[in-house]
Design a protein around this ligand. Structure first.
Ligand SMILES: [Zn+2]
Length: 453
């Protein structure tokens, strides 16, 4: 691939600033959290968990066989232990971050339809052509079809998308959707769509479907700061396909600003093709013996007759309220510069530490750390709902940051070097629980990041 000419005004790359860093890290920021479930917790497991677990249930909680320590003298027992997968926690943190960024950066949001209009406009202005056949079919299949499929029957969506994959039909379709939103013009909407789609089987439906399609597509918004992890064509990925580059370019023209890629959320949480610099470990019980699994039997109610369906009961396995778990978030800093030392006794707050790190950091790290701080504030204040049956009130958990460490990896093998630790050393915290059992993955990870002298 040739290097794009960054000075050319017609260059597609002009307004997209790639923000991808080298993958060699000197520092890691390590955060140890305690999670306590306030209500019953049921993070769903699979069929194997049923066989491994405490009994036969329809809905087992997720478990893993692991070694559990029962004293500081290496007294280890193999057990099947319930846990909360790191991917589940990371997903929750990501959605909190998405809500936060979407709220902060309201002004950058644009309607998808306006961005597509801009895309067509840019294509019409371009002498050499801009959109090719392949781009159009990618936009139709990976964006429009995916959005419409959330609301409409797949067969209908397929028929419409088959027609608008052809470039002129695509243009007509986008212009129709835009025009219909701006005028009260609706009587001929079905007719207009019929002409574009020209499919006998769904022609009769057009009068009914057209307004629905117009409403759906006109209400869809996109933002350069938060991508959409549900619609394939609207999520960040690397390498970036050409159609996404064109779309981002049209978006940057629409908001009249440069866009950095990947979006703010993916910069922190990672994206396909670019591993996250943020790692979230599984949450393991603090005290395996005091983590109690219970079964609840439910009866099925016939919605129509509002009576019990005879013989229809089902079980749910859950973790009793009050269980405690420990997990770790690890953030890899891009900076290679020295981070100033802070006095852990006087200034030992996360705020102070983050401000100090930011002085040695680049813009991506500054933004990532600010976002991470906001996420921590949010989960500490509001708690989180996790796992199944949230509408029944299950899964409310409290999360508290117990300790923070800043590790200089270049000095990790130096026995005289003490890493900065804020808060009580987690190894001391877990020693209170060790009589009731600490799973090996948690114990080992804590020993790596929070060494005791
Ligand atoms: Zn993204």
């Amino acid at each position: 691939m040739s290097i794009p000419d960054l000075n050319s005004s017609s260059n597609l790359y002009k307004k997209i600033i790639f923000s991808v860093e080298p993958r060699s890290y000197r520092y890691v920021l390590v955060l140890f959290f305690k999670l306590t479930n306030i209500t019953e917790l049921a993070v769903g497991g699979s069929a194997t968990d049923q066989v491994l677990g405490s009994g036969v249930t329809d809905n087992p909680v997720i478990k893993m066989p692991t070694l559990v320590y029962y004293s500081n003298n290496n007294n280890r027992v193999e057990e099947i232990v319930p846990y909360i997968p790191g991917s589940t926690i990371k997903g929750l943190l990501r959605s909190i971050a998405e809500k936060h960024v979407a709220m902060m950066d309201k002004n950058n949001k644009r309607k998808l339809i306006d961005v597509l209009m801009k895309l067509i406009e840019l294509d019409e202005q371009s002498k050499t052509g801009y959109l090719d056949k392949h781009d159009v079919s990618e936009i139709v299949d990976k964006i429009l079809a995916k959005i419409l499929n959330q609301y409409l029957d797949e067969k209908i969506v397929n028929k419409i998308c088959n027609s608008i994959r052809e470039y002129n039909n695509f243009k007509e379709f986008i212009k129709l959707v835009k025009k219909a939103s701006e005028t009260s013009w609706s009587s001929d909407l079905g007719k207009a769509l019929e002409e574009i789609v020209s499919d006998e089987e769904i022609n009769e439906l057009m009068n009914n479907i057209a307004p629905i399609i117009i409403t759906i597509l006109n209400n869809y918004e996109i933002s350069p700061d938060v991508c959409n992890p549900v619609i394939e064509g609207l999520m960040c990925e690397l390498p970036i396909p050409k159609y996404k580059l064109l779309l981002l370019n049209a978006l940057s023209e629409t908001i009249n600003k440069n866009i950095t890629y990947p979006c703010r959320i993916c910069k922190l949480f990672g994206l396909p093709g670019y591993m996250s610099r943020l790692i979230v470990t599984d949450a393991w019980p603090l005290g395996v013996k005091k983590t109690i699994l219970l079964l609840r039997t439910h009866i099925a109610i016939d919605r129509l007759r509002e009576s019990v369906v005879s013989g229809k009961t089902f079980d749910i396995e859950y973790i009793a309220p009050g269980a405690e778990f420990g997990f770790i978030i690890i953030y890899h800093l891009a900076t290679q510069k020295d981070i100033e030392k802070i006095d852990q006794n006087n200034d030992g707050t996360l705020d102070k530490l983050i401000e100090t790190i930011k002085k040695a950091s680049n813009k991506t790290d500054e933004e990532n750390l600010d976002l991470l701080k906001k996420i921590i504030e949010n989960i500490e204040t509001n708690g989180v709902w996790i796992g199944k049956r949230k509408t029944w009130g299950m899964g409310k958990v409290e999360i508290k940051l117990e300790a923070t460490a800043l590790i200089d990896l270049s000095k990790q093998t130096d026995p005289s070097h003490n890493p900065l630790i804020l808060g009580k050393n987690p190894n001391e915290i877990i020693s209170q629980y060790i009589k009731q059992g600490i799973p090996l993955p948690l114990k080992n990870t804590l020993q790596i990041f929070f060494p005791t002298t």
